[in-house]
Design a protein around this ligand. Structure first.
Ligand code: FES
Length: 319
């Protein structure tokens, strides 16, 4: 994926809650940035090949700034620590244009936004967009403790503050999220959106299914995924390169291809971003990503080689 990158500067940087840095990025000359839709993310190029995706959490109607919130993750593979340590006010960096893998359903009659921890970021942009469009919605922000949570001041002062509810683990049962009540019975025209830690999202998604939501009305964005690399070895044929490689147990296709000199462009290495997508010509993938839809996975003609494996003994890829 060769795309033109944008040069931006860190215009404002603020530490909020416990370990969240909120960054405002803009062009040095203040010119407008490319328009983004709520739910979009950008790639941040952090140097030395490190690229990470972060959701835009500002107001999509404001073209002068891209706002991000980044939680410092102690288990970081370099991304969030680099953001915290190097992206200081005035710092210049390169970013991609916004891409949206988590769009709002424009036909929704009512939208329920459920953000867990730092997963609230895309929900904030969605709330701005829904409010400006005069659409019906509610935003539920769940976290461990109020004092550790970012964006509370912004949400309290936002023009859609009346649509926001907060739910903190340490504040007693009265304000806890009653998921079944909030979701209702999965009525037609009601769409739900969730982003947050895996356990939170699994709980919300299962809850929505139990309440009768159609899969098309459950919208989710994962920002962190445990990659399961287990499973027997298999063979990968790179058809265009004319090379064959054995992928060992616990090894990624990506790593095996690198051993024979085939470099695939990557970013998240967690099956989230879609950068490493390759076409499958033969064989059956064992999809372990959260990027492809269930229908795309069932098609078995694409694979994300940073995390997925093979059910068949051989995979032939169009690379
Ligand atoms: S690098 Fe992001 S899905 Fe593979």
């Amino acid at each position: 994926m060769n795309e033109e990158l944008l040069d931006v500067v860190v215009r404002k940087r603020e530490l909020q809650g416990d370990g969240v840095v909120v960054l405002d990025l803009s062009r040095r000359d203040g010119a407008a940035l490319p328009v983004f839709d709520a739910g979009a993310h950008i790639d941040i190029h952090l140097g030395q090949g490190l690229v990470r995706q972060y959701s835009l959490c500002g107001n999509p109607a404001d073209p002068s700034v891209y706002r991000l919130g980044v939680l410092k993750d102690p288990a970081s593979r370099g991304g969030s620590i680099s953001v915290h340590d190097t992206l200081l006010e005035g710092c210049e960096l390169k970013i991609s244009a916004p891409r949206n893998l988590f769009p709002l359903a424009t036909q929704a009659r009512h939208s329920i936004l459920l953000g867990g921890g730092i997963g609230v970021t895309p929900m904030i942009a969605m709330a701005y967009a829904l409010h400006q469009a005069g659409k019906s919605f509610e935003l539920h922000y769940c976290g461990r403790e109020r004092s550790r949570s970012a964006f509370l001041d912004e949400l309290a002062c936002a023009p859609f503050a009346a649509n926001v509810s907060t739910h903190f683990d340490n504040e007693g049962p009265g304000q806890a999220l009653d998921l079944a009540k909030v979701l209702g019975k999965g009525e037609d025209g009601v769409h739900m959106y969730t982003c947050g830690p895996g356990g939170f999202m699994d709980w919300v998604i299962e809850g929505a299914r139990r309440q009768g939501y159609a899969e098309t009305h459950i919208h989710k964005e994962y920002f962190q995924v445990e990659v399961d690399g287990s499973g027997a070895g298999f063979e990968v044929v790179a058809a265009r390169s004319g090379k064959t490689v054995q992928v060992a147990e616990g090894q990624s296709i990506l790593a095996a291809l690198a051993q024979v000199g085939i470099k695939i462009e990557i970013s998240c290495e967690q099956g989230v971003c879609g950068t490493c997508l390759c076409d499958v010509l033969e064989g059956e993938p064992d999809h372990r990503d959260v990027y492809l839809t269930d229908d795309e996975k069932a098609g078995n003609d694409q694979i994300l080689v940073c995390c997925s494996r093979a059910k068949s003994k051989k995979l032939v890829l169009d690379i």
